[in-house]
Design a protein around this ligand. Structure first.
Ligand code: PEP
Ligand code: MG
Length: 756
């Protein structure tokens, strides 16, 4: 049974449209259950009805025509109750309603199960039989399992269906919003340019050829280039191989002949596909075909076909890159954006970035933050292959992509973008002004950095120091661990750039979703696994070298602070401190005049919240990593767009935890800061000020917004509002109240709140 289920899901996953998905479902489910009828009714959002969308066994002419309202008929009942209805004789049920012309009169037995995705009933899956009998428990359980498994695929196909492809006249009108996770803050309106990874047949977007003849010519050129390449290889091996072996190259070249694969690709191009898409489609089909062969010799041919396909694709892509033109406001879209893709487009034309895969810690997101390019990562439901030339809004503040935004949505985002421009214009003036409230309370604003490129932007925006320098970025960009001297030089640059302002360097924080290419960590549960301080305590040689490099870099400057990530208990902290002290001692013994800098702990695990005071007692400062703390408190993966609606930054539990940490630090007379994304939210800054935070550390883009908010309020008002929201039950209520607070002070516009 499991195999049947798995095969259906695999097949459905490979389907390209909702219709294809539903056709496969009705056919395979009917076969697997041995029933006479299987149909799917899908909810139509606009009409609020369940439309008869696919069938095997009933009248296919009625597909798309017949429909039922919620609660109407047995299908409506299943949808309304959100549970299966299993009947021996459907007509005898009071809710039964015959749909004229669909031809269900002869069928008595009825089993309908709802298709539910993220609490929404998407449709109803029904099987029917002539024989009057109740479907048994195992059949019911099978259909329920099937439906639950298919719901995600159907939901994805639905979203895809809302985004029309190039053959659809609605293409430029249908609006949809796709969730991802914030990659880099800011908003951008622009035109999508889809880029694909080099020579990956499986990542080629399907697109319509703009000029079929030109595509055909490009394909022929690429083919002959590959032929020349292979002939050259054969020639170079002429002395080393027998004529028989050399003949293999002829076979190889023959695969690309006009009569075989080459001919199929050409036919698809003539039918309207662009060359890369046609090539990928044909090659993938042939690869699948060879892979399924029993004979191992033939199976091996799949590798040859793939290699040839990739070679031809490489030439096509090279030619495309040469001809590629980028619109003024380009939004680069890809299945997986890489740092090198950014290099292909002139900076002044790049407005935004969208990647279907990846997280806020991917290289490209790190670069985008440093460059100030609004970015959404992990937009898993985005049908990226259809995005060419579409108008998009990238909302890097909230992690959403708006496809074909309506005029009001465009206006709203334009306002936010204008605000950013205005703030940037005022930056000069704002930079010189202190971050003080109307009643003279001071809040220090620092920045988070990772690359040297962050430095200039940070200083431009009036940063008073660095609250989090992510040292792992240096480690990520290499092919091996950087040596102590390499690290020293890099750290020195950061320290010098900000001196005499403080720079808080975090010791290596890898694991979770931050993997070093040369130090793979494979775990079932990486966020609960070997990450942060756990890794470096198990590898003291890494920590010692890093701390030595930091201390040496600090000689003569004295603006270094060291911070330890992911600490979850006191012994861990004590061990880490012992290693830091040891490094310091060793340097002293070597005659280097290193000073012991302030040392702090990140509070990003719930246990550290409850031990905030005990931790604070042992160090010089606490800094809350609210990104991780929120994900651990709420058990919501910070990089999973499917649960991003549950990632409530203003959840009362998160706010209480933040307050408790501030109290713990203050009780010990220690500085307390926050360096997660929350710090860059102007709404949150009101509460953090009231809770007693001394420092907010954020990305440079958000700094002017936060400064403007703080300068416009009084600390006593902030305290009052904090006491008020403390009694509220949900994050949504807190947000609403804060929204009002800011509106009353004419500050509402500076909050890039999500648009629904
Ligand atoms: C955090 O967790 O809030 C934090 C600042 O660290 P990172 O985002 O690098 O995990
Ligand atoms: Mg963290």
């Amino acid at each position: 049974m499991l195999d049947v289920l798995r095969n259906i899901v695999l097949e459905v996953n490979a389907a390209e449209s909702l219709d294809e998905v539903l056709t496969i479902i009705v056919s395979r489910v009917r076969m697997a259950m041995g029933t006479e009828v299987c149909s799917v009714y899908m909810r139509d959002r606009q009409e609020a009805r369940y439309i008869f969308r696919a069938t095997e066994g009933l009248n296919p002419d009625q597909v798309g025509k017949a429909s039922l309202a919620p609660g109407e008929g047995l299908v409506g009942l299943v949808a309304e109750r959100e549970e299966p209805v299993n009947l021996e004789d459907a007509e005898r049920h009071p809710n039964f309603q015959l749909l004229p012309d669909i031809g269900e009169e002869p069928f008595h037995a009825f089993l309908g199960v709802p298709i539910i995705h993220q609490r929404m009933v998407l449709g109803v899956l029904v099987v029917q039989q002539k024989e009057r009998r109740r479907f048994d428990e195992s059949e019911e359980a099978f259909l329920v399992t099937m439906s639950a498994q298919l719901a995600g695929v159907i939901a994805h196909a639905l979203v895809t269906g809302e985004v029309p492809d190039e053959t659809n006249p609605q293409r430029d009108h249908m609006y949809s919003r796709i969730s991802g996770v914030p990659g880099a803050p800011g908003v951008a309106l622009g035109t999508a340019v889809v880029v694909s990874p080099v020579s990956d047949l499986y990542a080629v977007p399907r697109m319509i050829a703009e000029d079929r003849r030109a595509e055909l010519r490009a394909f022929k050129r690429a083919l002959s280039q590959v032929r020349i390449d292979i002939e050259a290889v054969a020639e170079s091996l002429r002395d080393k191989l027998s004529p028989e072996d050399l003949a293999l190259f002829d076979v190889y070249i023959g695969i690309l002949d006009d009569s075989t694969i080459g001919g199929e690709v050409a036919a698809l191009i003539k039918a309207g596909q662009w060359a890369q898409g046609a090539l990928a489609q044909v090659m993938i089909e042939h690869i699948r075909h060879f892979e399924a062969m029993e004979h191992s010799y033939l199976r091996e041919r799949a590798v040859d076909v793939k290699d040839l396909g990739e070679r031809v694709l490489g030439y096509l892509q090279a030619e495309q890159r040469e001809d590629q033109s980028f619109p003024d406001q380009t939004i680069l879209v890809s299945e997986e954006l890489t740092a090198s893709m950014l290099g292909e487009i002139p900076r002044e034309r790049l407005a935004g970035l969208v990647s279907v895969r990846g997280s806020s810690n991917s290289h490209v997101a790190i670069l985008a933050r440093a460059m100030g390019v609004p970015t959404v990562m992990g937009a898993v439901d985005l049908p990226y292959t259809r995005m060419r030339d579409m108008t998009l809004v990238v909302d890097g503040y909230n992690g959403n992509v708006h496809v074909n935004p309506t005029p009001p949505i465009q206006r709203r985002f334009q306002e936010i973008a204008d605000q950013d421009v205005e703030l940037n214009r005022d930056l000069e003036a704002l930079r010189e002004l202190p971050c003080v409230t109307q009643d003279d309370e001071r809040l220090t604003l620092w920045v988070n950095t990772g690359l040297m490129a962050d430095v200039a932007r940070s200083l431009e925006r009036g940063a008073e120091g660095v609250g989090l320098y992510r040292t792992e970025v240096t480690f990520l960009m290499r092919e091996r661990f950087p040596s102590e001297e390499e690290q020293r030089q890099i750290y020195r640059e950061q320290l010098e750039a900000f001196a005499p302002c403080p720079v808080t360097m975090r010791t290596l924080d890898v694991g979770g979703d931050k993997a070093l290419p040369y130090f793979p960590i494979e775990e079932a549960n990486p966020f609960l696994g070997w990450r942060g301080i756990r890794v470096t305590l198990d590898h003291p040689e890494i920590l010692l070298a890093q701390v030595r490099a930091m201390l040496k870099a600090n000689v003569g400057l004295g603006n270094l602070r060291i911070m330890l990530p992911m600490v979850s208990n006191i012994p861990e902290l004590e061990e880490a401190l012992a290693l830091v002290y040891r490094s310091h001692r060793e340097l002293e013994e070597e005659g280097i005049e290193a000073t012991l800098p302030p040392i702090g702990v990140m509070v990003e695990v719930p246990s550290a919240v409850y031990q905030a005071r005990a931790l604070a007692r042992r160090v010089d400062f606490l800094s809350v990593g609210s990104n991780d703390l929120t994900q651990y408190l709420l058990a919501v993966d910070r990089n999973n767009a499917r649960v991003s609606d549950l990632y409530h930054a203003f959840h009362p539990a998160v706010l209480e935890a933040l307050s408790q940490v501030a109290q713990g630090a203050r009780a010990e007379g220690k500085q307390v800061s926050i360096c997660g994304e929350l710090a860059g939210n102007p709404m949150a800054s009101v509460l953090l000020l009231a809770m007693g935070y001394d420092v907010l550390s954020m990305n440079a883009t958000s700094l002017p917004r936060v400064k403007r908010a703080v300068r416009a309020i009084t600390a006593s008002d902030a305290r009052r509002i904090w006491q008020e929201v403390r009694g509220l039950d949900s994050g949504a209520e807190v947000r609403e109240r804060l929204d009002r607070f800011l509106s009353e002070r004419d500050l509402r516009q500076i909050v890039p709140a999500p648009l629904d």
